[in-house]
Write a protein that binds this ligand. Structure first.
Ligand code: XMP
Length: 514
């Protein structure tokens, strides 16, 4: 691991992962750790070139408020405090924090008073993103005020001699003008980090480490065809070749041609050297799912069936010492910082069987954010189509066919979805929509085609914009594009005579139909 690393001490703010991503976008490795999980010795052992205190919801002077060993200020390591982190720094070093008479939320005009430090790139009045109810009313001794707003006397303060910097606003969010410049200034100029966090060197290091660890052992990976497991497969294949076995279960609920595409990349004749086991479980799933209409019951059958298929397959292919998973950093952060890895059911369907014995779980992507996983995938030669793939739910088309699943309905939704994706791509909209897909309603309506009456299914088109998938709104796809999609679907897909566009936001809707 590089000696250029930034430690992000998490005080419970909502943008903490974003800070880590931004630092990495500067080309510098960073890790997020909960403040309560890092005592002074841990911080020293981590040996950071700089430390960032994040935001958080509490009052620095409140009882039981998240705090820090004051020894951190004597390490000689530059520190940047953001929002709560700024207040904490001020409070611990002898400044004053008060409840702000006027809270500031969102877009705020910040007047820059001093550009000799962190804020060198700022405009004289810089738009920044605020979210605070307390403020620093008096900076500690030795600090200069670098910025203020109408309602906040200390929007920025610095003690450059000691390497302490603080901003009340959030430089990590895009809405803050020059926010990235401020972070870059801290990481590169103040901390003196070299930009050595690059995916090609990460790939090389990981390949070596995996080789060392695995020796001549065998590794099993459940490949879903999604970005994470595919990149994990590519990385492991480069490291240990055909000591890797990938099990890919075609549950018959994949997108059109998806199984064939995954097989062409990872299977025989593809670009990777590994054992690729394709399990065709389509009919098995369709018969298990026959007659089941309740969404949770469907999900349960799909998940449990995956475990059965996986168990049977591993029994047939014999003992593997290691199980590899495509766990990524947000899962690690969310499942409890610093605690041991929670095993993610990364095949995305149910959860792996408990009774399969492995010597160790390998998670070669566990320190990477999603965009870094994609970058690594490109580095390893995976096709762009796979690397930039949309999120696809574990239960697949099972949650995009409302009500009972049949083979015919799968075919209908696959065909409609393929047309929709093709037209979205042609219209150049791929990058501007977070997720889009076609789903099949369980409603049939009367229509007319040629001179004949039809009584056929209705397709619903979904497209949403979201940053975190917790909330979302329907995309404003141009009418002409929607009309072209509609025309093609009713003309080209048998048994569809109507197309709807779903306008529902989340909440109250969800992204998927079930
Ligand atoms: P919802 O429908 O919950 O979807 O608003 C939010 C995001 O999660 C995806 N999703 C799933 N992903 N297994 C997954 O791996 C699932 O069971 C699942 N259900 C929904 C969905 O595609 C969207 O991106």
């Amino acid at each position: 691991m590089s000696e250029n690393r930034i430690l992000i001490l998490d005080f419970g703010g909502q943008y903490n992962q974003l800070i880590a991503r931004r630092v990495r976008e500067c080309g510098v490795y960073s890790e997020v750790h909960g403040y309560e999980q890092m005592d002074l010795e841990d911080i020293k052992a981590f040996d950071p070139k700089g430390i960032i205190f994040t935001g958080g919801p509490q009052s620095a002077y409140g009882e039981g408020a998240p705090s820090i060993d004051d020894g951190v200020f004597d390490l000689g390591v530059p520190i940047l405090g953001i929002c709560y982190g700024a207040q904490l720094m001020a409070y611990r070093l002898g400044g004053r924090i008060d409840s702000a008479p006027v809270s500031e939320y969102g877009r705020t005009e910040v007047v820059i008073d001093d550009k000799n430090g962190l804020l060198a790139a700022a405009d004289d009045v810089n738009i920044c993103w605020m979210s605070h109810t307390d403020y620093i009313s008096k900076p500690p001794e030795g600090f200069v005020i670098t910025a203020h707003t109408e309602d906040c006397p200390v929007a920025g303060m610095e003690n450059r001699e000691k390497g302490f910097y603080a901003v009340q606003f959030h430089p990590e969010v895009n809405h803050t003008q020059h926010g990235f410049d401020f972070l870059q200034r801290f990481v590169l100029d103040v901390c003196g980090c070299t930009q050595d966090w690059k995916m090609d060197s990460y790939a090389r290091e990981q390949i070596e480490q995996l080789r060392d660890k695995v020796g001549d052992g065998r590794v099993l990976l459940a490949l879903s065809g999604g970005v994470d497991s595919s990149v994990a497969a590519a990385l492991l294949s480069r490291a240990i070749g055909n000591q890797l076995t990938c099990v890919f279960v075609d549950h018959g609920l994949l997108r059109k041609n998806e199984a064939a595409q995954v097989a062409s990349i990872f299977g025989e004749g593809g670009q990777f050297n590994l054992n690729f086991v394709l399990v065709d479980a389509k009919q098995r799933y369709y018969s298990k799912l026959a007659g089941i209409t309740e969404p949770e019951a469907k999900r349960k059958v799909i998940g449990e069936e995956f475990i059965r298929v996986f168990e049977e397959t591993t029994r047939e292919i014999g003992q593997h010492e290691y199980l590899a998973q495509g766990t990524i950093y947000p899962d690690v952060i969310e499942s409890g910082l610093g605690k041991s890895a929670v095993i993610k059911s990364h095949h995305n369907v149910g959860g792996l069987p408990d009774n399969v014995d492995f010597k160790e779980i390998l998670e070669p992507l566990r320190m990477l954010f999603k965009d870094e996983v994609r970058q690594l995938g490109r580095e390893l030669g995976l096709p762009e189509e796979l690397v930039s793939r949309q999120p696809f739910p574990g239960p697949g088309l099972g949650v995009r066919i409302i009500g009972e699943i049949t083979e015919e309905k799968v075919r209908i939704v696959q065909d409609a979805d393929a047309i929709y994706r093709e037209e979205i791509a042609k219209a150049g909209l791929v990058g501007s929509i977070s997720q889009y897909f076609a789903a099949l309603t369980n409603m049939r309506t009367v229509g007319v085609m040629g001179d004949f009456r039809t009584y056929d299914y209705a397709i619903v088109l979904r497209a949403v914009e979201t940053s975190d998938f917790m909330t979302a709104q329907a995309s404003e796809i141009p009418w002409s594009v929607l009309q072209r999609v509609m025309t093609r679907i009713v003309n080209e897909v048998d048994h569809v005579n109507r197309v709807f566009y779903d306008l529902t936001s989340k909440p109250p809707g969800t992204v998927e139909m079930e």
